[in-house]
Design a protein around this ligand. Structure first.
Ligand SMILES: Cc1ncc(COP(=O)(O)O)c(C=O)c1O
Length: 389
């Protein structure tokens, strides 16, 4: 049976996901995986006693539970973003935030600008709307200001999508200077900012994390957060905070999508936040992930120091490793897999074709022990050295 005549144009054009193919290997027990972006379940708190939670059996509000929306108001206030609960939408993870926002603003002739490289599943959502995704050169300080100005003038984009803190996949954290410059440019050009901030609590150094949304003065903005990287990703709970003009539209799209986010998950997260245990939990996470980050830095320096290029991320879960020139990331994936180590080629993180796309690996240190990180990087080094000669 063929169904292609039934599919929308964007669905017909959906590419096979390299990531899905790769991640299916990570289920095998004998594989050491540096590929996924999954948090370590050993640091996830136990679920609260369900009997202690408010009754969540009935349908709820599309915008989310008020108790959790109030918590989000205080959380983002602590980051310098002042808002009211009315402007908070609770979503099924920030992935759904991206989907709702895309449905709201992207037509098939729209362009959205992203960093290069950028979070691949955001591009999937944008492309599903039929929109054109245009990447903009980015460096360790963030998206290049000159390139952004040029791209805005050239493409007249609907929005700019940024992950300023511990970016997925490159690990970059924007300097405060770049944050201010980008905010000023978006104000000048009146372009919508979509700021995605799921990693900010996984912070291992003193760095500035000011939301760019708090720096724009006149441009519209949408800010997304998530509980996935710090609490329980399986509960699929995140949020969109918006400038007030978006609020009623976001709620209507959410209503049409799934009526509301599941109430039990929201209640569990609210309960944990109300218990007062959150700050100590985040401190524990930071310490544990910092050790893993340091283990990966040491392993890369020891086994591959003179062969690959990387910057040490000051937070998040990823090293973005540039391979020796001429080496293919896909070939390394295949060869390392024969030795039971799984790595993720950088290719799907480039939304537009780039001569660089096959030259990077994204290595995650989050879910593997420091010993296993060392073992996996040693194997990777052996494979790379073998392929060079
Ligand atoms: C940059 C970025 N945005 C959004 C998400 C989606 O997160 P959530 O689990 O909240 O849907 C991820 C997940 O890896 C991510 O890396």
């Amino acid at each position: 049976m063929t169904i292609s005549h039934l599919l929308t144009h964007p669905c017909k054009n959906m590419e096979a996901s390299l990531v899905r193919e790769v991640l299916h290997y990570s289920q095998q027990p004998d594989i050491l995986s540096l590929a996924g972006g999954l948090p370590d379940e050993r640091f996830m708190p136990a679920y609260p006693d369900l009997n202690a939670l408010v009754d969540s059996r009935q349908y709820g509000a599309s915008e989310g539970e008020n108790s959790l929306r109030d918590h989000v108001v205080s959380i983002v206030a602590g980051r310098g973003l002042t808002t009211a609960a009315d402007n908070v939408l609770i979503t099924n993870g920030s992935q759904q935030g991206l989907d709702i926002v895309s449905r709201l603003i992207l037509d098939s002739d729209s362009t959205i600008l992203t960093e290069q490289p950028t979070y691949l599943a955001a591009c999937q959502v944008f492309k599903l709307q039929g929109a054109k995704v245009q990447d903009v050169v980015s460096d360790a300080q963030g998206m290049s200001l000159e390139a952004l100005r040029e791209a805005i003038d050239l493409y007249n984009p609907k929005a700019v999508y940024l992950i300023p803190n511990f970016q997925n996949p490159a690990g970059h954290c924007y300097s405060i200077q770049r944050r201010k410059e980008i905010a000023a440019l978006l104000d000048e050009k009146n372009v919508l900012l979509i700021e995605d901030d799921p990693y900010r609590e996984l912070c291992y150094e003193e760095v500035d994390l000011t939301p760019i949304s708090s720096l724009v003065k006149t441009a519209p903005w949408l800010y997304m957060g998530s509980f996935s990287k710090v609490l329980w990703p399986g509960l699929r709970t995140g949020y969109v905070v918006s400038c007030a003009v978006f609020t009623s539209y976001l709620i209507k799209v959410k209503q049409a999508s799934d009526l509301h986010t599941n109430r039990l998950g929201q209640a569990m997260i609210s309960h944990f936040l109300s218990s007062g245990a959150y700050p100590a939990h985040v401190a524990k996470l930071q310490e544990a992930y910092r050790q893993k980050r340091d283990a990966m830095m040491a392993a890369l320096n020891t086994h591959l120091g003179d062969l690959v290029e990387f910057t040490v991320p000051s937070g998040g879960m990823f090293f973005w490793v540039k391979l020796p020139s001429g080496l293919s990331s896909k070939l390394i994936l295949e060869e390392a897999l024969k030795e039971k180590v799984l790595v993720l080629p950088g290719i799907p993180f480039f939304p537009c074709k780039s001569p660089l796309e096959d030259s990077f690996l994204r290595l995650s240190f989050a879910r593997v022990s420091p010993d296993d990180i060392n073992k996996a990087v040693a194997v990777l080094a052996k494979v790379i050295k073998r392929l060079i000669v």
